[in-house]
Design a protein around this ligand. Structure first.
Ligand code: GLA
Length: 730
């Protein structure tokens, strides 16, 4: 591949060029690794950006002698460590064997190679030797001998740079990592906004944009999962940056547990953004010779607005993070039993749903929660992974066989990480569940969490899950996780500060084994909907149930927030019944379909009760979806409105060459004598004409982009409109 990482002996700089961006750092005279620049592509050495001044109370490294103008407290850094005189928030904190805090890593050597590095036991973006390069910078603390390798993975065509670090205890005694974050971005100048994604169960990934100012803004999770409350990603945008113009940066954490993102303007007006593992409830021991990989952060930068930034992430995650059979092909259109019948079903009723699914043109039936143990409600049975044949009235093998005979695939629900106290598993192994000694545990949905930091526990549950999967032709698995972790005390270690991270490693180990053993099974992630909707999970599960909220209007907002960091191919989205089970709202059937078509379409309602008219609507919806599915899964995505502000929610999928466009819009508000809302299209080929396929009307690309299309077309609450344009090539 052509090179994208360059080292200049002369000025000791590393320069990373991607198609549209440049990242530069420098080994300074004392061996510190200073950050120089990240932004639009630029040539030359940027060390002129560094300024030096005698600044009170910003200390100086000993090597600087009597030079009071040199301070780590003021200089931009690649991975700031606690202990060098930088009093801003550090990325790395180490407690040494002698009990002292502090580390001071200096440059030793480096290596540039083709292909993207991998990380043992952790998710990571991948890239072949023809697509990516890796830079390893070897650093060492000369006093303690602790080593740190900084890892940079570059996918130049995608404008993606990844960061990770490997810390090795090369000293005599046991050390503890007290903080470990993979990426820091230091800007010496500029005014920025922070865009973050907050939420709650059934209302995930709302968008917040605030001014970066003095005083840290911190997002994160201490729930053991990435959480509904904050998504593990940050966007830093110039004050004037919009969807279509201006510079912006994203930081996405490939991790599904506790995390912390921090953004702060320092005393000199410089901005620092950090992302990585949370330091709360974290104190990770490293024995001599042991290494620790800091989970990866993916960086991207766009010089042309937020839409482009999102598209960079979409392409990266879809093509260089997701894996497996379903990565690049149409996903089965499934019917999920949850909102259709909750815990009340039999093998026969599932079979009847499957029959209807076949008749309506769907591909798969998913038997959700309730098929195992004594699981007739959510108080009991979790952990008992054996089929309740009495409830089903038949064996799993027989049920799957009957369903397959209809031409329908079969999928199943699991929640491997949790256990009810009222279960055979808990009665046999109460010590497998997290609980602090002598303290009654915090319950969540009446369940406890299994100690996945223990290999014996992971092994046992893995075997139980495999025993089920081997009973029939199971082609899909929904991996659920329905509470936040608490009482994370593990009976098998003296170092409780490692448990929450080891839990995530245990989860990844389980998922990796599953992916390897059952490469043809489609895995869908879920955590009470979108409580673990993160890029770490996407490495194992190419799609994730976006939210337990299936209300079309709320979903438009949830999917809007999700779209900033995740491709449509990752978003599982279902049409459900009205009044909606989460909000009670009634929306038209078409609107629910158009909304669900912003992701991987499925259904989640009792199709047995549909009228003939509705059945016909489902069939037409499915037909339409199949036609657009490749465009939805792999086209460029544009947000056309902000559904938190605007009267309509609208979005667009467009073929990369601009030849085909699908625009979807839903009116969120209606008023008397209402002015028209104009939806402006994006990314069309300027100067060309487009034909709308239903009306056969011809439109100029530039007018569609400059003036837009007026809405609503017809009166009525929450009406949806979908328009399909094809470019007329002369
Ligand atoms: C979670 C999921 C739902 C459903 C239930 C089953 O809430 O998000 O889709 O699977 O669990 O208990």
């Amino acid at each position: 591949m052509s090179k994208c990482i360059f080292f200049s002996e002369q000025d000791r700089t590393f320069t990373i060029h991607t198609r549209n961006t440049t990242y530069q750092m420098q080994i300074d005279r004392y061996g510190f690794l200073l950050h120089l620049y990240y932004g639009r592509r630029s040539e030359g050495c940027m060390d002129y950006l560094l300024t030096y001044a005698d600044r009170g109370f910003s200390g100086n490294p000993y090597d600087a002698g009597l030079d009071r103008t040199y301070s780590m407290d003021a200089l931009p850094q690649e991975l700031p460590c606690q202990g060098t005189g930088d009093y801003r928030s550090p990325a790395v904190v180490i407690k040494n064997a002698d009990g002292s805090y502090g580390c001071d890593f200096r440059y030793q050597s480096h290596n540039i190679s083709d292909g993207k590095y991998r990380i043992p036991g952790l998710p990571a973006v991948y890239g072949e030797e023809t697509e990516a390069q890796t830079l390893r910078i070897y650093m060492k603390d000369p006093v303690t001998n602790v080593k740190m390798t900084l890892l940079y993975g570059v996918l130049p065509e995608l404008d993606i740079i990844t960061r990770s670090a490997c810390i090795e205890n090369a000293c005599e005694g046991k050390i503890h990592l007290e903080k470990a974050q993979a990426a820091c971005l230091d800007w010496v100048s500029g005014e920025y906004d922070l865009i973050s994604f907050y939420g709650r169960h059934v209302m995930e990934r709302n968008v917040q944009r605030t001014k970066v100012s003095h005083g840290a803004q911190v997002i994160g999770s201490r729930r053991g999962t990435s959480s509904h409350q904050y998504n593990p990603m940050l966007i830093l945008a110039g004050r004037d940056t919009t969807e279509d113009t201006g510079v912006c940066y994203s930081m996405s954490f490939l991790y599904s547990g506790n995390f912390k993102g921090e953004v702060e303007k320092d005393q000199y007006g410089q901005t620092r953004a950090l992302l990585g593992l949370s330091d709360e409830l974290f104190s990770y021991p490293l024995m001599p010779g042991e290494t620790f990989y800091v989970p990866e952060v993916v960086l991207s930068c766009s010089g042309s607005g937020l839409a482009r930034l999102s598209q960079n992430l979409h392409l990266c995650f879809r093509t260089h993070l997701c894996r497996g059979k379903y990565k690049d092909c149409a996903r089965p259109i499934l019917l999920n039993s949850w909102e259709a019948s909750y815990f009340e079903f039999t093998g026969e009723s599932i079979y009847q749903l499957a029959r209807q699914a076949a008749d309506l043109g769907m591909d798969m039936i998913v038997m959700d929660d309730g098929w195992f143990g004594k699981r007739d409600n959510d108080d009991k049975g979790l952990g008992d992974w054996y089929v309740n044949e009495e409830k089903l009235g038949e064996s799993l093998e027989s049920l799957v066989g009957r369903i397959n005979a209809l031409g329908i695939k079969f999928g199943i629900w699991f929640e491997p990480e949790a256990v009810n106290e009222d279960s055979d598993l808990y009665r046999a192994h109460p010590d497998w569940a997290f609980a602090a000694p002598g303290r009654p545990p915090v319950r969540g949905r009446n369940q406890l969490i299994l100690d996945f930091s223990r290999k014996d526990v992971v092994d046992a549950i893995f075997e139980a899950v495999c025993r089920i999967l081997d009973q029939g032709n199971i082609e899909y698995l929904k991996w659920d996780m329905n509470r936040s972790l608490a009482d994370c005390y593990s009976r098998c270690t003296e170092d409780q500060g490692r448990v929450m991270h080891d839990y995530v490693l245990g989860l990844y180990d389980f998922l990796e084994r599953l992916v390897q053993k059952y490469p043809d099974i489609l895995l869908e992630g879920c955590s009470g909907g979108g409580g673990r909707f993160d890029p770490g999970m996407l490495y194992y599960t190419p799609q994730i149930w976006c939210s337990d909220n299936t209300d079309a209007l709320d979903r438009i907002r949830i999917q809007y927030g999700t779209s900033f960091g995740y491709p449509a191919s990752a978003v599982a989205s279902h049409v459900s019944a009205v009044p909606n089970h989460q909000t009670g709202r009634v929306t038209p059937f078409k609107t629910r379909g158009v909304t669900a078509m912003a992701g991987m379409l499925g259904y989640e309602l009792d199709v047995r009760t549909l009228s003939d008219v509705e059945r016909e609507q489902v069939r037409r919806q499915i037909e339409r979806y199949r036609k657009f599915e490749p465009l939805i899964r792999s086209g460029l995505y544009y947000r056309l409105t902000d559904p938190f502000q605007d009267k309509a929610g609208a979005w667009e999928f467009i073929k990369e060459d601009g030849s085909e466009v699908l625009v979807s819009a839903v009116m969120l508000e209606l008023h008397g004598n209402m002015p028209a809302t104009y939806i402006r299209l994006k990314g069309l080929t300027p100067g060309s004409l487009y034909e709308e396929q239903k009306s056969k009307k011809i439109y100029g690309a530039d007018a569609l982009m400059e003036a837009g299309i007026p809405l609503p077309e017809e009166m009525g609450e929450y009406r949806a409109r979908q328009m399909h344009f094809i470019r007329i090539d002369k």
